[in-house]
Design a protein around this ligand. Structure first.
Ligand code: NDP
Length: 383
């Protein structure tokens, strides 16, 4: 089937890789819509290059700049409502959700609500509202295809057996830049240290999440929702080479893994062409060279954020919303120099412990939990 694709977050790391993949896939993929938060120049350039029908910029103050810079035939929308309008009105049959953070939720919800197939990179929307997104997708009939490399690997490995025969999921993690650092050194890491990821090239927020290992915590919750597995069925495995992207263990003890170079273009393309596989632009693994693959258990003492992922997957309700929002704000405060690196995990944990969990939340409860956690981070930092 020809994909008519709307890329939400097209100016970001995943978004730009997706456009490269789309260009390489040729007639198979038509890009019909794009969005950004404030990078109107790049958004307008992308709109011209791909001749897209409609674009949206989340920050209203850039709407005039965007309109002036866009080609004559491109409709330019603005504001958060403009982003949702783009999803609701554009002629897409596939939406790549690649906005960073909880800000991606309204557009993701709109895409799922329209029954469109969604390639999901925006893990935070699932961590926040998995309890709503999964049932909604099932009801409206669109597929939810993971783009996160680990979850794409699991999605692919699951094709080897029946869901009810899954014993465990082994979620691999590079370990980030601080894998071999002492706790004391990690606590004082600089922004440059945290942005220096050893294997993956990604946007800044997820790179910092990889350094705290909160990224893996969020992925535990993401796997829990996407694949219907309990926290107890998910193991995290440190694998510094980032070649084995994750594994599924079945009841007979067989473990099925997906391997490849650490390049997001592979899972992005897989989501776009699923269930077909076509020649891609990512470098394949070179097996002509000798290579070693290492695996080790994670260290929960040096990376306390990881434990919170298991807790939130178990606790359910509004827990994921609180964990995600507290972390987002803590990461922002670290980036602006307000708190040291080590405080990201401790402040997030403090907020998490102070929450009043709503067990069966509606959307309003999730958004209220998100808003509460955001304010609570600053209260904790001040106290
Ligand atoms: P980036 O920060 O590189 O890009 C984020 C994109 O979202 C940009 O287009 C940005 O626009 C837009 N955006 C940011 N804030 C808002 C907002 N408030 N409202 C609307 N749009 C917004 O992020 P990544 O590409 O690294 O990550 C995107 C998602 O994919 C995340 O959920 C991440 O966890 C996930 N992911 C990323 C991977 C990677 O390799 N990067 C790997 C696996 C998952 P602008 O450019 O104008 O700021």
């Amino acid at each position: 089937m020809q994909r008519r694709v709307l890329i939400l977050g097209s100016t970001g790391s995943v978004g730009q890789s997706a456009l490269e993949v789309a260009a390489a896939l040729g007639d198979e993929v038509t890009v019909v819509g794009l969005s950004a938060r404030r990078n109107w120049r790049l958004l307008a350039e992308q709109a011209a290059r791909f001749n897209v029908a409609a674009v949206a910029i989340a920050e209203e103050r850039f709407s005039d700049n965007l309109r002036r810079a866009c080609p004559a035939g491109t409709r330019a929308l603005a504001g958060r409502a403009g982003l949702v309008e783009l999803v609701e009105t554009c002629d897409a049959n596939f939406v790549l959700a690649a906005i960073i953070g909880a800000a991606g939720l309204p557009a993701t919800l709109a895409a799922v609500g329209r029954g469109l197939d969604v390639g999901l990179a925006n893990k935070e929307s699932l961590v926040l509202a998995g309890a709503l997104l999964l049932p909604l997708a099932a009801q409206r009939g669109g597929a939810l295809i993971p783009v996160d490399s680990e979850h794409s690997a699991i999605f692919q490995a699951l094709h080897a057996g029946r869901r009810e025969d899954v014993r465990r999921i082994h979620l691999t993690a590079s370990g980030g830049p601080f894998r071999q650092w002492s706790a004391a050194r990690i606590a004082q890491a600089t922004l440059a240290d945290a942005l220096n990821h050893p294997t993956w090239s990604m946007g800044p927020k997820i790179t910092i999440d990889s350094a705290t290992m909160m990224n893996k915590a969020l992925e535990i919750i993401e796997a829990h929702w996407l694949f219907g597995v309990s926290a107890e069925q998910i193991d995290v495995l440190i694998h510094p080479e980032s070649v084995v992207h994750s594994m599924v263990e079945f009841q007979d003890g067989s473990i099925i893994a997906q391997l490849g170079t650490p390049d997001m273009k592979t899972p992005i393309q897989y989501a776009l062409t699923y269930p077909r596989r076509v020649t891609g632009i990512a470098e394949p693994l070179d097996w002509s060279q000798a290579r070693c693959l290492h695996f080790e258990p994670p260290d929960f003492a040096r990376f306390p954020a990881l434990r919170l992922g298991y807790e939130a997957a178990r606790d359910g309700g509004t827990s994921g919303a609180v964990l995600n929002a507290a972390n987002e704000v803590a990461v922002e405060r670290f980036r602006s120099g307000t708190i040291p690196f080590g405080r990201i995990a401790t402040v997030t944990e403090e907020v998490y412990r102070g929450q009043r969990r709503v067990p069966q939340p509606a959307l309003d409860d999730l958004l209220a939990a998100d808003a509460w956690a955001r304010e609570e981070v600053d209260r904790c930092i001040r106290s």
